[in-house]
Design a protein around this ligand. Structure first.
Ligand code: 4AD
Ligand code: MG
Length: 461
């Protein structure tokens, strides 16, 4: 079978030739002695028009086809210079591979994204989700290419762990214990010695801690895998299961980290604009007007920089308009992040040097002893897309911080070891993959950029 992509890319080669294509019926319209089918084969954003005639032996069956049916067409590709599409197929033969019923949920009309979420097994057959998931695939490829071209080693970090990388306690526990009859210790605690791993374990919230160990062996590494968070945040930007890209670089500080992040994001933008022009035009026209112009501008201009302390000064002036008022020490909410990047800087902006108390235990303490060498990258339309930091590489300082934060040192033995055996300055960040897809497509709900989203109260399919 030829693909519709191939026909579009090399049309001169195929015009006048007899070819075969397989795909799904998007729409069908028949007259007495002929009819038209619009076919989508999934290989290309554009569709293909098919003309069929009553000279075909199964004309009656073809005319009765419903939207959604899978068919294979053989016929001549003819140029249609006056039509919207550059060519169509004059069918000589149409094989019905799998019929579809009249109840097929995707009829030729506009469906809401909310409705399409209820049929996540069929929504990839729509234009919007064809575009979203092809671009998602290309972004993943671009990210690998960016790091591989720079000799970063791709490290597969574990999904089941015994530690909490962020120290925030937002983990899904993993257990083989029977919840109806959980074994208890004499003290009445759950007896995890009877569990598979002989101790409590959970799904990872980040591959960073394991990633750091490989950066101390390979210098530059990255992870790219699923992470899980049991945050009770029912928002358009939070998922319980999402993918994260976490590079870690040795002999590097926070500035190197920000340069890496900026370079990566610009690379991805350029890659997608170049490799998915049809999809990006679709988003630009139907999802987020002005998207392409904005992204093009972002890819060719410098990102903004502001310290947390400066950001608070800016935000305090606008406190009247915020639901949550800010002052030095408060964590930034989405409304503050979006105000900074959309109203003040009007471009992606790095916020650096956050108060230690609102950041994770592993971040390097600044000389003021109040702030840490952290950076968040905020982008218009979303807010935080990247979170990163230079890591605390001093053994004593790290142990002190862990004590202050009441973390169990035993769970982090391997991590502390790194600070004993050839410790060096190093830094890294985490890019939320789904938030990156949202940013590049203009889609405004994280549920619409994940094939089968897992969010609060939702684990269907
Ligand atoms: O800021 P976070 O929590 O940072 C870390 O996990 C670090 N270990 C990263 C590192 O330094 N190696 O998460 C990183 C990014 C966020 O900026 C956000 O884009 C995304 O991950 N993220 C989520 N995306 C979707 N749903 C959630 N619940 C998310 N939580 C974080
Ligand atoms: Mg963060």
């Amino acid at each position: 079978l030829t693909t519709v992509r191939e026909l579009y890319k090399n049309q001169d080669k195929y015009i006048g030739q007899t070819i075969s294509v397989g795909g799904w019926v998007r729409s069908i319209r028949d007259s007495k002695s002929f009819g038209f089918i619009v076919l989508h084969d999934g290989t290309y954003f554009e569709t293909l028009q098919i003309v069929y005639h009553d000279k075909m032996s199964n004309f009656a069956e073809i005319s009765k086809l419903n939207v959604g049916a899978a068919i294979i067409i053989k016929g001549e590709l003819v140029a249609t210079p006056d039509a919207k599409q550059p060519f169509e197929i004059q069918a000589a033969q149409i094989e019905i591979e799998g019929a579809s019923t009249a109840e097929y949920p995707l009829q030729k009309k506009r469906h809401t994204l909310e409705y399409l979420r209820t049929i996540s097994h069929l929504r990839p057959r729509t234009n919007t989700f064809q575009a979203v998931f092809r671009v998602r695939s290309l972004i993943a490829y671009a990210i690998h290419q960016y790091f591989q071209d720079r000799d970063f080693v791709y490290v597969h970090t574990p999904l089941i762990t015994g530690s909490d990388a962020e120290g925030a306690g937002e983990m899904f526990q993993v257990t083989t214990l029977d919840l109806k009859d959980v074994p208890k210790t004499k003290e009445g605690q759950i007896d995890f010695t009877q569990d598979f791993f002989n101790k409590p374990t959970n799904l990872t919230v980040s591959g960073q801690l394991n990633g750091e160990t490989y950066a101390m062996a390979f210098r530059n590494i990255y992870t790219f895998g699923p992470t899980f968070r049991a945050e009770n945040s029912n928002t358009t930007r939070h998922a319980a299961e999402f993918w994260m890209i976490e590079p870690e670089i040795a002999f590097a500080d926070l500035n190197d980290d920000m340069m890496l992040a900026e370079g990566m994001l610009k690379y991805i933008i350029n890659y997608v604009l170049e490799h998915a022009p049809e999809e990006m035009n679709f988003f630009n026209q139907f999802v987020d007007k002005g998207l392409i112009e904005r992204l093009t501008h972002v890819a060719s201009s410098d990102f903004g920089h502001v310290t947390y302390t400066e950001a608070i000064e800016i935000l305090e002036k606008n406190n009247d308009n915020f639901e949550y008022k800010v002052s030095w020490g408060t964590d930034l909410q989405t409304e503050h992040e979006r105000y900074l990047t959309e109203e003040v800087f009007k471009k992606p902006v790095f916020v650096t040097d956050y108060p230690k108390d609102i950041k994770a235990f592993y971040m390097k303490m600044n000389e003021d002893n109040k702030t840490v060498a952290a950076m968040d990258l905020l982008v218009p339309g979303i807010g935080e897309i990247i979170g990163g930091s230079q890591r605390e590489d001093d053994f004593d300082k790290l142990v002190n911080r862990m004590k202050e934060m009441k973390l169990n040192e035993e769970d982090y033995g391997f991590y502390l070891d790194l600070r004993k055996y050839g410790s060096t300055r190093h830094a890294g960040f985490g890019l939320g993959f789904e938030r990156c897809v949202m940013y590049l497509t203009g889609m405004s709900n994280i549920r619409d950029v994940i094939p089968f989203p897992r969010t609060v109260n939702n684990c269907d399919l």
